[in-house]
Write a protein that binds this ligand. Structure first.
Ligand SMILES: [Zn+2]
Length: 237
């Protein structure tokens, strides 16, 4: 399990209170922890804050860009009051995190945010859907930035997962996800109690359009590594 600190602290507080009455000790096991405590405390001698932010959190340098300030205004309309912590204060010493440096972090966050806003403007309203991913309260989005080989959380930036890999004539056609899904065919779902062998749908997933220069296999949507190589070789490049 991957846990974010904000959610972990919240769940722990609630659970510990309940468990205290029954004399139960709880321990929440997790494989990785996402550092996302954004709270900034002001004291007489300055401020204290968590410099490591694993979730994408756009720089305050972007707050004046028209499309971004207009989106924040819209959020405040939805919420009915000011939305705090939209931006990472560019004057504070936050770390680059997974990025090679802060400049590159700023670039990725800016582009993901701008494109995410553009996508939300092309589709109908979805409660809780924001440019940098689903969130419980109005914000630019949760911004988690991790995926497994099997799935990606919808709390990640929408440019990573929103959209159709093959056009389907619905609102998802407006974008091609940067981490294209590989849908498992219904006919191999072992968890489906009503399982019957079906003819696989001809959805174009297996149409070969390229050859992997490393291993020579045919590349289709099912095994496209996204960088000109197949999924087994892509990580080498
Ligand atoms: Zn290959």
């Amino acid at each position: 399990m991957i846990a974010c600190q904000s959610g972990l602290d919240f769940s722990k507080r609630i659970l510990e209170e309940l468990c205290k009455t029954k004399n139960i000790k709880i321990n929440i096991l997790r494989w990785r922890e996402i550092c996302n405590n954004k709270k900034i405390k002001r004291h007489d001698n300055g401020v204290s804050y968590e410099p490591i932010q694993d979730c994408l959190w756009p720089s305050s340098k972007l707050s004046k860009l028209p499309e971004i300030s207009a989106y924040v205004e819209k959020l405040e309309e939805i919420k009915g009051k000011k939305v705090y912590y939209c931006f990472r204060n560019a004057g504070y010493k936050y770390t680059a995190g997974i990025f090679s440096n802060l400049v590159n972090r700023d670039i990725a966050e800016e582009e993901f945010l701008k494109k995410g806003i553009a996508i939300t403007q092309n589709i109908q309203e979805h409660k809780g859907l924001y440019p940098l991913g689903y969130n419980l309260t109005p914000s630019l989005g949760f911004g988690s930035f991790c995926a497994t080989d099997l799935n990606i959380s919808n709390t990640c930036p929408i440019v990573l997962w929103w959209g159709n890999v093959i056009e389907k004539g619905n609102e998802l056609d407006c974008w091609y996800p940067l981490l294209p899904r590989r849908i498992s065919a219904k006919d191999i779902n072992p968890f489906d109690a009503d399982w019957t062998l079906q003819e696989a749908e001809d959805d174009g997933y297996d149409d070969v359009f390229d050859t992997c220069p490393d291993c020579g296999c045919g590349i289709s949507l099912r095994n496209d590594g996204g960088n000109g190589f197949c999924i087994d070789c892509a990580w080498n490049h």
